[in-house]
Design a protein around this ligand. Structure first.
Ligand code: IPE
Ligand code: IPE
Ligand code: MG
Length: 241
């Protein structure tokens, strides 16, 4: 694991987001159904999560299912739901030994009661963990997240708890699913697509982006190292000089 080209712990960004994209194309290249790509992608989710934790990442946010992904064919959505169930059951056994705390970003109420129960069990069982926070963005869309935050603040205004001019950026951040967490330092998108697809819009105001020409099931720990190296070579100015 500790190769010479692995950036030192101090250089590892504290919060990394990954848009796990390219499963469908990975399967298509092999003449397999798209669901086979999701199966391969899900197995890789486990590998990359463990690797990120081992190199000292503090927060890892993985985009697993967007609010727009419901528009896919029913058969593909069902295959994804089966994989979520399988991997969350596995997480209950496996990640529990890893000191990883799992949290969910998104409207989980849209999932089946069975999957929701599993989500709550994983969250509860890992709440005592003190290591890396793994955020799983499932039925997540940044616009839906911001809309929800606006509703929360608007209802406080309606009740008279809050004046509109008292609303701050911090209050908005605190009303998002990522409340209390630092903004992502680095967002990686494999698959060759160069877009954000409704991921962490508010939180990524000053995030560094690395787009990589590798499909998610082929994304290896060395690709994470490579993205971190690119990140380390960037000069973040946050609007300063
Ligand atoms: C990402 O891979 C997985 C999900 C969005 C759930 P895709 O399924 O989008 O793969 P491509 O982009 O079609 O190759
Ligand atoms: C983004 O990938 C969502 C996830 C990886 C979960 P998509 O494949 O859905 O995004 P688009 O359609 O290429 O923008
Ligand atoms: Mg895609």
């Amino acid at each position: 694991m500790a190769k010479n080209n692995t950036p030192g712990a101090a250089a590892v960004p504290q919060h990394i987001g990954i848009i796990m994209d390219g499963n469908g194309r990975w399967a298509k290249k092999r003449g397999l159904p798209r669901s086979a790509g999701h199966t391969a992608g899900a197995a890789n989710f486990r590998t990359i999560t463990k690797y990120a934790s081992s190199i000292g990442v503090k927060y890892l946010t993985l985009y697993a299912f967007s609010t727009e992904n419901w528009n896919r064919p029913q058969e593909e959505v069902s295959a994804l739901m089966r994989l979520f169930k399988q991997y969350l059951e596995e997480a209950l056994r496996d990640f529990m030994d890893e000191n990883i705390r799992v949290r969910f970003l998104g409207d989980v109420a849209a999932f089946s009661p069975e999957l929701q129960a599993l989500i709550h069990r994983v969250e509860e069982a890992s709440a005592v963990k003190t290591g890396m926070v793994l955020n799983l963005a499932m039925n997540y869309g940044s616009r839906a997240e911001i809309t929800r935050a606006m509703r929360t603040l608007a209802s406080r205004v309606q009740k008279g708890d809050l004046q509109p001019e008292e609303i701050t950026e911090e209050m908005i951040s605190a009303s998002l699913y990522t409340a209390g967490q630092p903004d992502p330092d680095l967002i990686i998108r494999p698959s060759g697509e160069e877009r954000i697809s409704n991921f962490l819009l508010w939180q990524s105001a000053y995030t560094e982006f690395v787009y990589m020409d590798v499909l998610w099931p082929d994304f290896k720990p060395k690709h994470l190292d490579e993205a971190i190296e690119k990140f380390c070579g960037r000069n973040r100015r946050f609007g300063g000089v």
